[in-house]
Design a protein around this ligand. Structure first.
Ligand SMILES: NCc1[nH]cc(CCC(=O)O)c1CC(=O)O
Length: 355
């Protein structure tokens, strides 16, 4: 489009410090690409921000997104900047995930209580009965599997609140997304990064973690065009594959599924010349997708991995769907059935019944 005339983009966001920081990052990238654009930030609290006591897994879906989406479809704003992790895998009919920019570190991390000084380096160092703070079913289930001797306790609030509670309220450590800590400038508190290769047993992250989801009206061709400038296609494809795993597994509800994606160079043909090390720009890249479904008590788990050439969002979707179907065939369905029996009418997990 011809964007030499000044025009205004109304950007919706949650009002947390992290959400505002993420919005600022997106706006400055968009501003660089579209010098004539002006931006208005429309920040508001969402249901997830207002209710600080109900355990997150009991709150149902859309708690961070629905109110902003209502303003988007009403035409009051033009764009929403979400943590992609907080976006349900199925969006309202009139809305679309139009763009995913480059991702911050997607991993979960361990933050130890300041009370411990630098006594512990990894979560594996904690003695039996140590208290791990997390409100995430996915994190608790995976950690119960690897460290059955640890205890888990809910911790709610924005990042700074959770870090303060960790230091003051009797937790030995808490688990958070690296991205939130890094983006809000408290990366120095990160003691350990958790990933599939973590010694003592892997831990995968949430679908879309560390990435931003830019949501617009499906009919808004102009915004969809403008967002192209800040899209990071490899991230967008990886996130579509991750979201496809979740969509295939959940049927509308959040489940303890964790993932990891990695772009890998295609293996050299077995007959390849030795020493043929130069980088070939035309080399096909494959997406390696790992996923795990864990029972809430951590006692049953199904892990899977699949690597395929991915060159479109449709292929990314298909990779995620195939991996999810394989997990279902290998027993993930029975784990999900137990969790689904404990669900409330809103689709939330009833922890007391399902744990
Ligand atoms: N609703 C929680 C939330 N949503 C996004 C982030 C962190 C940033 C990200 O994962 O992209 C967090 C905090 C956390 O999980 O530690």
């Amino acid at each position: 489009m011809d964007s030499t005339e000044p025009f205004t983009i109304r950007v919706g966001t949650r009002s947390s410090a992290l959400a505002l920081k993420q919005t600022e990052l997106v706006i400055s990238a968009l501003q660089a690409a579209h010098p004539h654009a002006r931006f208005e930030v429309h920040a508001q609290a969402t249901a997830g921000d207002r209710d600080k006591t109900t355990p997150l897994p009991e709150m149902g879906k859309g708690l961070w997104t629905s109110e902003l989406e209502a303003r988007l479809t009403a035409g009051e704003i033009d764009l929403i900047v979400h943590s992609l992790k907080d976006m349900p895998t199925t969006l309202p009919e009139d809305c679309v995930l139009g763009c995913v920019p480059a991702r911050e570190d997607p991993r979960d991390v361990v933050v130890f209580s300041a009370a411990h000084g630098d006594k512990y380096k990894t979560i594996a160092d904690l003695p039996a009965g140590s208290v791990v703070g997390t409100s995430s079913v996915r994190r608790a289930a995976q950690l119960r599997r690897r460290y059955p001797h640890l205890a888990f306790r809910d911790v709610r609030g924005n990042i700074d609140t959770r870090v303060r509670k960790c230091d003051e309220d009797g937790y030995d450590c808490i688990i958070l997304a690296a991205a939130g800590l890094l983006r809000t400038g408290v990366g120095a508190r990160i003691a350990q990064y958790l990933e599939s290769s973590t010694p003592g047993g892997g831990m995968l992250h949430a679908v879309g973690q560390g990435a931003l989801g830019l949501e617009v009206r499906k009919s808004d061709e102009r915004m969809l065009g403008l967002l192209k400038a800040v899209e990071h296609t490899p991230t967008m494809m990886a996130c579509f594959a991750e979201r496809s795993v979740m969509r295939t597994l959940e049927g509308g509800c959040s489940v303890p599924v964790a993932v990891e994606t990695e772009w890998v160079e295609e293996e050299e043909a077995a007959t390849g010349e030795e020493g043929d090390e130069e980088v070939r720009p035309d080399r096909k890249r494959k997406l390696r997708l790992r996923a795990t479904v864990v029972s809430l008590d951590g006692k049953t788990a199904v892990d899977g991995e699949r690597t395929e050439e991915v060159a479109s969002l449709a292929q990314a979707d298909s990779l995620g769907k195939k991996l999810a179907q394989e997990l279902i065939e290998r027993g993930a369905q029975s784990i999900l059935d137990v969790i689904n029996q404990g669900r409330t009418a809103t689709g939330a997990v009833k922890l007391s019944e399902a744990a």
